[in-house]
Design a protein around this ligand. Structure first.
Ligand code: NAD
Length: 504
């Protein structure tokens, strides 16, 4: 349980020799211990927890189980590294981030295989996540040298108003399992660009990717203590301890609204600066004037990317009545062509869900919708094990009050309902406490823009099923979050504005 190359559990699979050796190599590149102040070490208690392969349930590795005291040691290390890192020339910070980008691109396949192993996603999804995650290093390498203030004359003319931007300080970064690389680089890259140092707490299902990233940053020359990593199986006490420490000035969290709400309350005790990327319940609107083939193609991506385990996943499909049946039929047909299986196996487009609870939740939502009158066009039943699979599923005639339309499904299930006109479509879409992203398909651009303005969401995909881009401000309204990641806004989350009244 030391640095990179630490031995992991036996990794023989039913995939064949070639895939087994790629898996073995990826696992060997991921450390299994905490990273504190540049040292890879066991947790204070010496305990460890298991990381499992969702496609088979077998053990992949045991990872150090950090304690609250480890988090405090990590905070101390980040705090000690802060003065030098924040004073490091922006160009130098930028170049380290740029090297991290290059190294990630060079090792994209290794990272992709590692993510398939611990998250279960199909290899194609893992490859695109690895590329997307690397892009945050490139984007924020470019942003690091563009941190600007401003100077103006006070209206009364007595003095000048100087505004400067400074790093917030030590940032606590908490990430989910669904995009284990991208959700972390989307935070680490802007934090480092701004001059902050960080303590990262990855999700318990997928700590290996985060540890792999820590080793990569070390390799490209990041000074010790700038990035610290504390994996744990008991996040509550560890995060509480870190948040109670006055050296922590920033919390950036990506995960469920439920946990986000609790963390906001905890952060309020010390008025910690918070960025929150929380749950979604994306509506996918299809108007009768839309190009239906394009809408089905967009729906396939918006629904099945990452097996439906994405905060941006289309969760509720609302289709204008005249085309609702045809759209559902074409969507169901497209879904029958998706091959389900272990993420590394040839031709697989849909891997398993992340764990048993996820599979049970999706099964329950589908069963309840069916009991309330929904019909299944395709899928709808979890196969026998091993692994936590659920097939691509289309449900039609879903009653408007069904829980599946209100809850984040986080699985490859598309419930379809119909609407009669634009006002009803907007009302249905906005009838949610979430507001992360919404999708609109229409052949009438004026309608598309009008509806985009009326939708209560932080992001809209207009005739597009994918919206994520490091150069775009990602984030939600309502209970989907506070703040933005990516783009220029993503850097601002790690900067504090200072005003200096000056006379000369
Ligand atoms: P989760 O809230 O259960 O966990 C997220 C993180 O919080 C994990 O690291 C977990 O260990 C930690 N955590 C859990 N309980 C905690 C506690 N009591 N105190 C402190 N930390 C705690 O979410 P998840 O199941 O890992 O991820 C799925 C959720 O994340 C979905 O709701 C999804 O929509 C959301 N998500 C949002 C975005 C976005 O950008 N808006 C992106 C990806 C995922």
């Amino acid at each position: 349980m030391t640095g990179p190359g630490a031995t992991t559990a036996g990794t023989k699979t039913a995939l064949g020799k070639e895939q087994d050796s790629r898996l073995e190599a990826a696992l060997a590149a991921a450390p299994t211990s905490c990273l504190v102040g540049g040292t890879w070490r066991a947790s204070a208690s010496g305990a460890s927890f298991e990381v499992l392969d969702p496609a088979s349930g077998r053990l992949l590795a045991r990872v150090a189980d950090a304690e609250p005291s480890d988090a405090l040691a990590a905070v101390a290390a980040a705090s000690a590294a802060l003065p030098a890192w924040s004073a490091t020339a922006p160009r130098q910070r930028s170049e380290i981030l740029r090297r991290a980008f290059a190294e990630m691109v060079a090792r994209q396949e290794e990272l992709a295989v590692l993510m398939v192993a611990e998250n279960g996603k199909a290899l194609a999804d893992a490859r695109s996540e690895a590329a997307y995650a690397a892009e945050f290093f490139r984007w924020f390498a470019e942003e690091a040298v563009r941190i600007e203030g401003r100077l103006s004359s006070a209206p009364a003319g007595a003095n000048k108003i100087m505004v400067i931007e400074q790093p917030v300080g030590v940032a606590l970064l908490i990430t989910p399992w669904n995009f284990p690389a991208a959700m972390l680089t989307r935070k680490i890259a802007p934090a480092l660009a701004a001059g902050c140092t960080v303590v990262c707490k990855p999700a318990e299902d997928t700590p290996l990717t985060a540890l792999w990233l820590g080793a990569l940053l070390e390799k490209v020359g990041l000074p010790p203590g700038v990035v610290n990593l504390v994996p744990t199986s008991r996040p509550g006490p560890l995060v509480d301890a870190a948040l109670a420490d006055s050296r922590v000035r920033k919390l950036s969290f990506t995960g469920s609204t439920e946990v986000g709400r609790a963390l906001l309350a905890a952060a309020a005790q010390r008025v910690v600066n918070c960025s929150m990327e929380l749950g979604g319940n994306a509506p996918f609107l299809v108007f009768a004037d839309a190009d239906l083939d394009a809408a089905v193609q967009g729906a396939m991506v918006a629904k099945l990317r990452n097996g439906g385990e994405a905060c941006t996943a289309a969760n509720r499909f609302y289709v204008e009545e005249p085309v609702a049946e045809e759209f559902s039929r074409r969507l169901a047909r497209a879904m029958t062509h998706v091959k389900m299986g272990p993420g590394l196996a040839d031709g697989v487009g849909l891997g398993p869900l992340v764990n048993e609870q996820a599979q049970q939740k999706v099964s329950r939502l589908v069963d309840e919708a069916r009991a309330a009158g929904a019909r299944t066009l395709v899928g709808g039943k979890a196969p026998d094990g091993p692994g936590w699979f659920y097939p691509a599923t289309v449900l039609v005639d879903v009653p408007p009050d069904a829980e599946i339309l209100r809850t984040e499904i986080f699985g490859p299930v598309a419930p379809v309902a119909s609407f009669v006109d634009e006002d009803e479509a907007v009302a249905l879409a906005n009838d949610s406490e979430f507001g992360l992203v919404a999708y609109v398909y229409t052949g009438d651009l004026a309608r598309g823009l009008r509806v985009s303005e009326r939708l209560e969401s932080g992001m809209v995909g207009l005739n597009r099923g994918v919206i994520s881009d490091p150069a775009a401000p990602f984030g939600g309204v309502k209970q989907s979050g506070l703040g933005r990641e990516g783009s220029h806004e993503g850097l601002a989350e790690y900067l504090e504005t200072k005003y200096v009244a000056c006379s000369w």
